[in-house]
Design a protein around this ligand. Structure first.
Ligand SMILES: Nc1ncnc2c1ncn2[C@@H]1O[C@H](COP(=O)(O)OP(=O)(O)OP(=O)(O)O)[C@@H](O)[C@H]1O
Ligand SMILES: [Mg+2]
Length: 253
């Protein structure tokens, strides 16, 4: 089976400034891989290349392959084949404010073969799975009636509803309390248990460690260390990874 996602020698620049340099990554079906790094290290730019959502002033070179199919990384999302679901870092603008949550969730579910009542039931199940206390009420709500954390969870439910074989989730739990975060991580684990691949973008070592099999550590546009999560966190080699692990495991102030 081909890799769900493969990035080969990916380089991204803005004007003369290189923001991602020679990034190589593979995510296999059913695998959960963390892209871990500080703010500004190039995580969202990398996810933007995979999703085709970078603004036109970025230039991109390198090879992007999704489920064995090569995609020109410079192509915008609208001109690419479907097959990737995404949770964008800025979830505030990801929902249509004029369409109810339920209707937005039903679109991908109907496309994947659910009947009308089946889609409604599955939409409520997905909302409950990501920690919505009252999924039936949320189905008829509009984005403007929800809190930031609720919007983020609806976006995760929407991504799961797409049933893609690859999900790229950029900081999907930053607006969540610890209980909601645990539920979201559980829903993502269950989703990858169906054979879907997950690229999970985060700056949180503990969250990455609790969810992912492998990790790529980014600093200043470079992957400075990668490998099995246990190995990288248990015996970090790069000074940046060592510092991350020290801070994450050090005594609370
Ligand atoms: N629209 C843009 N135009 C120009 N430069 C940008 C743009 N978006 C990001 N950059 C630059 O690209 C670099 C990588 O940014 P990126 O958004 O990928 O960081 P990140 O790792 O996702 O950080 P964070 O954890 O804060 O989300 C940064 O130096 C940033 O200044
Ligand atoms: Mg980001």
């Amino acid at each position: 089976m081909p890799a769900a996602l493969s990035l080969h020698n990916l380089c991204v620049s803005v004007g003369r400034r290189m923001v991602v340099e020679n990034l190589n990554a593979i995510v296999e079906p059913g695998e959960r891989v963390a892209l871990l790094g500080a703010s500004g290290s190039g995580k969202s730019v990398t996810s933007g290349v995979i999703m085709g959502s970078l603004p036109p002033h970025f230039s991109v070179t390198g090879r992007l392959t999704v489920a064995g199919v090569g995609i020109d990384p410079a192509l915008p999302a609208a001109r690419r084949p479907a097959g990737i679901a995404a949770v964008h870092q800025d979830s505030a603008t990801a929902l249509n404010p004029l369409v109810s949550v339920g209707r937005q969730l039903r679109v991908p579910l109907r496309q994947s073969g659910f009947s009308r009542p089946g889609a409604r039931q599955e939409a409520a199940r997905l909302l409950a799975a990501v920690g919505m206390d009252d999924p039936v009420r949320i189905l008829s709500a509009y984005a403007g009636e929800l809190s930031g954390g609720q919007v983020q969870r609806v976006c995760i439910a929407l991504a799961l509803a797409c049933r893609s074989r690859l999900l790229v989730a950029d900081e999907p739990t930053t607006a969540q309390d610890t209980v909601s975060q645990a539920l979201v991580l559980r829903a993502l684990t269950a989703y990858s248990g169906t054979g879907a691949a997950l690229l999970f973008i985060t700056h949180d070592v503990a969250v990455a460690a609790s969810l992912c099999h492998r990790v790529l550590v980014m600093q200043d546009g470079h992957v400075v260390e990668s490998g099995a999560m246990d190995q990288v966190l248990g015996r970090p080699h790069h000074p940046y990874t060592q510092a991350l692990v020290r801070i994450a495991t050090g005594p609370a102030a």
